[in-house]
Design a protein. Structure first.
Length: 301
């Protein structure tokens, strides 16, 4: 009888790193560790400890990471706020430090989320879709003509870098208006409170308060502007919304309502849906990316 194929996946973020073991395509219970984000050796040591606690032989390691990821050379050209990982071949270096000849793969985190949606989420069988994440800004991924669009310098789908409101605020990116931090900032200003005490998602549960609704609608309008510009550019079959705030039931209806107020939305009208995979998107997508790009060799009997 052939043994099971085991692939360990990591989803690296600035403060926390999540991991999960996939056995024959089934994900085990995810775990979480703090991300050592100032010391490179400590970072790799933390990942190595996870690998060594895995009580099965591994057939691969897949990594989801922020930033511009050169998949040709498997290098993190940048890694978001994780400056210590700039220019690092994270998967290859991890294998080297482990002293194991083990296949690895690294992919941008939003691209991993798109892979998860394409394979087992809300974009199955679709060849053209956009995935948008709402959190510290507007991140995203483009899946066009049946494949991820990474760009010549691995910088495609930096959707939050679109410039809007130029006449009034200059060349500020959309990030500055659609981050969940902006939502809490506007609330704090309106109610004269500390923005550190405001959880963005809770505002969607106070929409019966006209002052709160006005703040949320202002924020949603900026999100809708970004979606409109993206749809007008790439004409996708669907736009998927991810990020923790996407779990709020009122978000999608409010985005659709805002889009319907735009004069030119009707000819571009596109389905807006929530991502199926939210908390585990990076882990699931990293696994599928690994299997598509590297795969697992035939296992012995």
């Amino acid at each position: 009888m052939s043994r099971q194929a085991h692939v360990l996946t990591f989803e690296i973020n600035t403060y926390f790193t999540r991991y999960a073991l996939f056995s024959n395509g089934r994900m085990g219970i995810p775990g979480t560790i703090a991300t050592p984000n100032t010391d490179l050796d400590a970072f790799y040591d933390a990942l190595i400890q996870v690998v060594r606690k895995t009580a099965v032989p591994l057939d691969g390691i897949a990594v989801s990471a922020p930033g511009f990821i050169d998949t040709d050379t498997q290098t993190a050209l940048t890694a978001g706020a994780l400056k210590i990982l700039t220019k690092e071949q994270i998967g290859k270096e991890l294998a080297r430090r482990l002293g194991q000849d083990i296949p690895t793969w690294i992919e941008n985190d939003a691209n991993c989320a798109a892979m998860a949606e394409r394979m087992t989420g809300n974009a199955q069988k679709l060849d053209d879709f956009v995935l948008i994440t709402l959190d510290v800004g507007m991140g995203g991924a483009l899946f066009l003509d049946g494949k991820l669009r990474r760009g010549k310098d691995w910088r495609a789908a930096e959707l939050g870098m679109m410039i809007i409101n130029y006449d009034s605020v200059g060349a500020l990116p959309l990030h500055d208006f659609v981050s969940t931090a902006k939502l809490t900032e506007w609330y704090a200003d309106e109610f004269n409170t500390d923005k550190g005490e405001v959880l963005p998602s809770t505002l969607f549960r106070q929409l019966d308060n006209p002052r709160v609704r006005a703040i949320v609608e202002r924020w949603v309008n900026y999100v809708a502007v970004g979606i409109f510009n993206i749809v007008a550019s790439v004409d996708p079959e669907v736009v998927l919304i991810g990020g923790s705030i996407s779990r709020e039931p009122q978000l999608i209806p409010m985005i659709e309502s805002a889009l319907n107020t735009f004069r030119d939305w009707k000819p571009f009208k596109t389905k807006i849906k929530r991502c199926r995979h939210s908390g585990n998107a990076g882990l699931i997508g990293a696994y599928y990316a690994f299997m598509e790009e590297v795969g697992v060799p035939e296992l012995g009997k």
